[in-house]
Design a protein around this ligand. Structure first.
Ligand SMILES: [Zn+2]
Length: 343
């Protein structure tokens, strides 16, 4: 049975429920794990469960139908405070954190407690994190704070020592597939399976990949890598940059598109690594598998490893809003220097 509208993450639900029953529910959490696997939805479902007006909070089971549960879903519950990084900023503004700390100290308006959700917690500046410490150390009575990020390693020790770190794993192929169909992203079960297999457990990735022009571009990108006579680093970088710029006027969709492309490159290189190790590359796409087989014959595993690692590095740089044209240029240069020497 899903917890609210959430799929997967049963271990985390069980562990919270045990803490609740034992009267040991922490007052501050840091949720970490890859993007697009449901951590924000988990935070909202936890808020629902704590504020539900039908089910006692000791059950930690939101009914999903009472006015309080509905307000949490609509984002209008007066006791659920959410802050996230504005689209055009690189960091969570310190002002928003200060305001959140003040608001958390006010008396609950509807329920018996207040719940604060800090999204994009990876982007807390040291200054904003420090402004948060006192509230994390001594939170107002009955309040619960949930920080949602991707990795514990990017947080200050002072934040980590004050939070219960909850790690989330990528979703199973079955869960991603079910979510894609539930959300109407595709009605074709075969297409849903293929996207779910490509998604690496992230619904956000699957959603991004369910785009015909992106799939066409991705196909051309992988074919170019697999073709021994064709790889042109400068042209490759220019094409990646131009395609990601077509994703929208704002920086955010462009960044997400760049991340999807880099993620697909990383998945491709990992496929080659598996193949060189004699393991099935687990790619649902036949043309990908052919390109993987060609390069696995020709490349040294250490070189493939370097390229897979370079993709991760490029992804981090994109997340930090560094100049994408330069990131693509440098990544393509490194791919070219290894691929062209392998030919
Ligand atoms: Zn309810």
């Amino acid at each position: 049975m899903p917890w609210g509208s959430l799929r997967g993450h049963e271990t985390q639900v069980d562990s919270l429920r045990r803490a609740m029953v034992g009267g040991r529910l922490p007052h501050a959490f840091l949720f970490v794990g890859p993007s697009g696997i449901g951590k924000r939805l988990f935070a909202r479902t936890l808020a629902q469960a704590l504020l539900c007006e039908r089910n006692p909070e000791s059950r930690l089971l939101p009914c999903g139908q009472c006015p309080s549960c509905l307000q949490v879903v609509e984002g209008t519950h007066p006791d659920v405070l959410v802050v996230s990084r504005p689209e055009d900023r690189q960091e969570l503004p310190i002002r928003a954190i200060r305001q959140l700390c003040l608001d958390l100290g006010l008396k609950p308006m509807r329920g018996s407690r207040r719940v604060a959700i800090v999204e994009d917690a990876d982007d807390l500046s040291d200054e904003a994190a420090n402004a948060f410490l006192k509230t994390l150390e001594e939170p107002p009575p009955n309040s619960v704070l949930i920080l949602v990020g991707t990795a514990a390693e990017v947080q200050l020790d002072t934040i980590l020592s004050r939070c219960r770190v909850v790690r989330f794993e990528p979703l199973s192929v079955e869960n991603v597939k079910a979510i894609l169909i539930e959300r109407g992203l595709t009605t074709d079960p075969q297409a849903a399976t293929r996207l779910a297999e490509q998604s690496e457990g992230s619904v956000a990735r699957a959603e991004g990949l369910a785009n015909a022009s992106l799939e066409e571009f991705r196909r051309a990108m992988i074919d170019e890598l697999g073709d021994p006579h064709r790889f042109d680093p400068q042209g490759f970088a220019r094409r990646l940059d131009a395609f990601s710029k077509e994703a929208g006027k704002e920086s955010s969709p462009q960044r997400e598109c760049a991340r999807l492309l880099i993620g697909e490159l990383a998945r491709f290189f990992r496929g080659i690594l598996w193949q060189t190790a004699g393991v099935d590359p687990a790619s649902p796409d036949q043309a990908d598998r052919r390109a993987i087989a060609v390069l696995a014959e020709r490349m040294e595993p250490e070189d493939v490893f370097i390229l897979a690692d370079r993709c991760l590095e490029a992804d981090l740089q994109v997340q930090r809003n560094a100049n994408r044209a330069l990131i693509f240029e440098s990544l393509s240069h490194d791919i070219g220097s290894i691929l062209n020497q392998a030919r």
